[in-house]
Design a protein around this ligand. Structure first.
Ligand code: ADP
Ligand code: ADP
Length: 223
């Protein structure tokens, strides 16, 4: 699993709003880091910079010495964001299959079945996103991110629209899966309880522009 090296990364949006102050952070291989902090502090901006979706105004983000876009293009980086960008004209199954194709991985229908079951979407594999609830769409997006067994997994409030019972199920089922694979994982959340449950490190960001206010190791979650 890769190391993410964030060096003096700063983000100023056009118009002058500084979302992330020059920030240094090393994310070690195989660890799950939760980014927490007040709403609007720059958590998503930082995550999007790690994903290569946003270019730092100054400084750099490197994944094992490479630009995030290079890693993403090899299919080794997966994201699941709060607003899941599923292709609306494709069923759940075909959205998940497309992720495999884009990552140049074989499309194994059995693996897709198991992933659909894991996120609790059995019976909905031929349903299109528009016909799903918000929580079900989020679960489909998580399935799509995990199916490629990415080396780097970036999650932005992935359980935000999921009902509480399903959330508890997903929190029990999914983190052991990516931990077992040794995936380097970064999770943006506003829930300290969720961070403590999933992460082995919690990075608390200050109000905007994001600086590191605290960096807290978490004992490994109990099974
Ligand atoms: P968080 O995820 O912590 O809620 P964000 O990273 O989404 O914070 O946003 C940080 C700040 O940057 C906010 O003030 C937000 O309004 C602003 N912002 C986010 N995205 C953009 C953008 N594309 N253009 C301009 N400002 C943005
Ligand atoms: P929410 O997004 O409101 O939290 P969930 O993702 O928890 O909703 O879904 C609640 C349940 O509603 C699902 O498990 C499913 O049984 C049912 N449901 C939602 N959308 C549909 C649909 N399009 N067809 C059939 N059942 C659905």
């Amino acid at each position: 699993a890769p190391t993410v090296a964030i060096a003096q990364a700063r983000k100023v949006y056009p118009g002058g709003l500084e979302a992330v102050a020059p920030l240094d952070l090393i994310l070690e291989p195989g660890r799950t880091t939760a980014l927490v902090g007040p709403s609007g502090c720059g958590k998503s901006t930082l995550l999007r910079m790690i994903a290569g979706l946003e270019e730092p105004t100054e400084g750099s983000v490197m994944i094992d010495g490479e630009h995030p876009v290079t890693v993403a293009e090899r299919g080794e980086l997966a994201v699941a964001f709060q607003d899941p960008s599923l292709l609306p004209w494709r069923s759940v199954r075909r959205n998940i299959a497309l992720a495999l194709t884009l990552a140049r991985r074989p499309v194994d229908e059995g693996d897709i079945d198991r992933m659909i079951a894991l996120v609790g979407l059995e019976g909905f594999d031929h349903t299109r996103p528009a016909a799903l609830s918000g929580g079900m769409r989020q679960r489909a997006a998580i399935a799509r991110a995990l199916i490629t067994e990415p080396r780097l997994l970036l999650l932005d409030e992935p359980f935000g629209a999921v009902d509480e019972l399903t959330r508890q199920d997903l929190l029990a089922e999914l983190p052991p899966l990516w931990r077992q694979r040794g995936t380097t994982t970064v999770l943006v959340t506003h829930s300290i309880a969720e961070a403590v449950r999933i992460a082995d490190r919690i990075v608390v960001l200050s109000p905007r522009p994001s600086r590191i206010a605290a960096d807290i190791p978490v004992p490994l979650p109990q099974p």
